[in-house]
Design a protein around this ligand. Structure first.
Ligand SMILES: [Zn+2]
Length: 335
């Protein structure tokens, strides 16, 4: 178990602490967060896609217990907030997550078997949005959309200051809007979903298409599909590799058109980009801004900011999950 941080615990005198958990398809991040949004302790462990939900929760509980042992005297944990894909914040469940063979589980009840603390859950993109609104680049924004560009494409939407949930807690599944009805097969069982193009895995598929269509040399030709990552593509783009640059440009253009459509639907002040794919920086965001300006309605051109998250990668959802349970404790309607 690898818990880091804690040096500031004694002098900070922080007593009012919550735990934020970002349950990802590959890794899970856990943090102890004070009321100013400072991460005092952090830990990360592999999620293990084939493990049962009960096995996962037992490992999570062990990490939180270890963190509890490191708290300064007098400091107590007041609650646990969880950010997860396929989370239903209205029911407290995780429902058939695509990357984990869990089916539907009541994660709140399972975590409460280990801790007699309030536990809250929301979808990972909503948590990232909350974290960004409280402590990041979207601070104070009431109409803002967060796009999380990782293995898939998730979104959190704040409209008039309230996070949109929908009837089933499933609002904001933009990743599964159709970009091309005859396009790539998606994990959801349909074809041509946006996330099969605009995500880290979509970028890899675009690289594969370009390798088949073009003949120019590129280091990408000697990397197997399984070893290919979005980070590699970004690094090669920085080195000037034409194929890597083209793959990011195509991905960025799709992203910009998506944002133009979202602006038409929600009229946001800004769209915040978050997640591993965003590390490509201007190679992705530049073409996205260009495509946005070409495709957006006149009222939105030059008027909707496309921003990159100001929080460290992986922190926004942990911080947001912490905010969520704080809201629960103070009686604010949970998002
Ligand atoms: Zn889909």
């Amino acid at each position: 178990m690898n818990v880091v941080g804690g040096d500031g615990l004694m002098e900070s005198g922080a007593l009012d602490l919550v735990v934020g958990v970002d349950l990802g398809g590959t890794n899970t991040s856990v943090g102890v967060v004070d009321d100013s949004g400072k991460l005092l302790l952090q830990s990360k462990f592999p999620t293990r896609p084939r493990e049962s939900a009960a096995g996962f929760v037992a490992r999570l509980a062990a990490v939180i217990h270890e963190m509890t042992r490191r708290l300064a005297p007098g400091a107590t944990l007041r609650g646990i907030g969880i950010a997860s894909p396929a989370a239903n914040g209205l029911r407290g469940t995780i429902e058939s997550p695509a990357n984990l063979g869990w089916g539907t589980v009541n994660i709140i009840a399972m975590v409460r078997q280990h801790f007699s603390l309030p536990v809250a859950i929301t979808n990972d993109a909503n948590a990232a949005l909350l974290g960004e609104q409280m402590f990041g680049i979207a601070r104070g924004m009431k109409n803002v959309i967060m796009l999380t560009l990782g293995t898939g494409l998730g979104a959190g939407i704040a409209v008039d200051g309230k996070i949109l949930q929908g009837e089933n807690g499933a609002a904001g599944e933009f990743g599964h809007m159709t970009l091309d009805p005859q396009g790539r097969v998606c994990g959801c069982g349909r074809r041509g979903c946006v996330e099969t193009y605009v995500s880290a895995s979509g970028l890899r598929r675009t690289v594969l298409d370009l390798l088949a269509e073009r003949l120019d040399e590129s280091p990408l030709r000697s990397i197997s599909f399984n070893d290919l990552t979005a980070e590699t593509v970004s690094r090669l783009a920085k080195d000037g590799d034409a194929l890597a640059l083209e793959a990011l440009t195509i991905t960025g253009r799709h992203l910009g058109r998506l944002v133009a459509d979202l602006a038409a639907a929600f009229d946001p002040e800004a769209v915040v980009l978050y997640g591993g794919l965003v590390n490509a920086g201007e190679f992705l965001v530049g073409p996205a801004r260009q495509a946005f300006e070409q495709h957006a309605m006149k009222i939105h051109r030059g008027n909707v900011r496309m921003l990159v998250s100001s929080l460290n990668n992986g922190e926004a959802a942990v911080l947001g999950a912490g905010c969520l349970v704080r809201d629960l404790l103070t009686g604010v309607e949970a998002a």
